[in-house]
Write a protein that binds this ligand. Structure first.
Ligand SMILES: [Zn+2]
Ligand SMILES: [Zn+2]
Length: 358
């Protein structure tokens, strides 16, 4: 099979990615083998490729927004309790049974999604309290294990996702990271019902989070440098769309920073009303300049990070997407053009989400 590999992480100009032919992986115990039908291109792939994130697996294949067809099952998959458990796949998560718990329900021929969170120990204090996104032993798709920039990949069945109906494969892919992370960021931003939400940066994740917020009655103000992105924001129903460092037309109850630009933390905090929360959605951010306590934090404004997601976040978001048809702006690229897709992402040449189609 063909797959892209990060040979030596570095700037895209140094050609860190190589397309190579190799064997189809074999699913281990508890794993599904997926034939990749679509894989979203996420900013985190750029961080893995360029080395902003330290390499975890030499020559890794990036890609963690994977829509696949199950073509083979590893040992212990689907052996327990196969009937009537489709909606509960991956929910068991009980300690000591990692790899086999909740894996029932996937069969050859099914559609399955693989997302960023690939595995957790299900035993540490964070996992035990429902914060598996903070598990210090967690493994990630397309960083610790090969991801979807290839024709096949494996995923632990307990961490694979059922996909909502009503979407094309290319539309489903961005839901699996952009959508889920945007959803978690929205939760972390603590937006009150009917509140005013500011969204800084308007790419794949932001345009989905904005729609979830608006479907729940929020007023959304978008602040982004891209003119196309501002147009898309208004088309989707945003109340205003301005340049990234502008002030929104009214004070915000909550804001989410999607752009990986630390400089924007200051204007975003300044735009918050009293008691407002700013959630930073990215896995990587340039340095935040000096904060001024009175101007940026006083009146109980809060600054929060967002780290990965739990499977519960994924289930909630994918369930929401099944009930509310989200408009997913997709730019398909052939698998061969993964390097060009990343370059276009880095240079902001499209709005919405790029998706590789093998
Ligand atoms: Zn854990
Ligand atoms: Zn991602």
């Amino acid at each position: 099979m063909r797959a892209w590999h990060v040979e030596a992480p570095g700037p895209l100009a140094s050609k860190p990615l190589h397309l190579r032919t190799g064997p189809v992986p074999r699913p281990g115990p508890g794993e599904l083998l997926l034939r990749v039908v679509a894989c979203g291109v996420c900013r985190t792939d750029l961080h893995v490729t360029e080395g902003d994130l330290p390499p975890h697996r030499p020559g890794v294949t990036p890609g963690h927004e994977v829509v696949g067809e199950v073509v083979a099952l590893g040992e212990h998959v689907g052996t327990a309790d196969t009937a009537g458990t489709a909606g509960t796949v991956g929910t068991a998560g009980t300690a000591g049974t990692a790899g086999t718990a909740g894996t029932a329900g996937f069969a050859v021929g099914d559609r399955a999604g693989a997302a960023w969170l690939r595995w957790t120990d299900e035993q540490c204090r964070y996992c035990q309290r429902g914060s598996e996104n903070l598990c210090p032993h967690s493994l990630y798709t397309g960083w610790d294990a090969d991801g979807g920039y290839g024709e096949y990949m494996t995923v632990p069945a307990a961490y694979a996702h059922r996909l909502p109906d009503g979407y094309r494969d290319t539309e489903l892919a961005p839901l699996l990271c952009a959508g889920i992370i945007g959803y978690r960021a929205l939760k972390r931003a603590d937006l009150p019902p009917g509140g005013r939400l500011g969204i800084y940066g308007f790419g794949g994740s932001a345009h989905l989070a904005a729609q979830v917020a608006m479907a729940r009655g929020a007023t959304v103000h978008v602040l982004t440098r891209g003119e196309q992105a501002r147009r898309l924001a208004l088309e989707l129903g945003a109340a205003s769309a301005n340049d990234a460092a502008d002030m929104p037309p009214e004070p915000l109850d909550a804001a989410i920073l999607f752009a990986p630009v630390g400089d924007l933390v200051l204007p975003a905090l300044s735009a918050l009303g009293r008691g407002g929360t700013l959630a930073i959605a990215g896995i990587h951010l340039t340095d935040i300049p000096d904060l001024n306590y009175e101007r940026h934090l006083f009146y109980e404004r809060q600054l929060r990070s967002v780290t990965s997601n739990t499977r519960q976040d994924a289930r909630e978001f994918l369930g929401f997407a099944g009930e509310h048809k989200l408009a997913v702006t997709v730019h398909p690229y052939p698998l061969d053009a993964a390097d060009r897709a990343l370059d276009d992402l880095e240079n902001g040449r499209f709005d919405g989400a790029a998706v590789l189609v093998p």
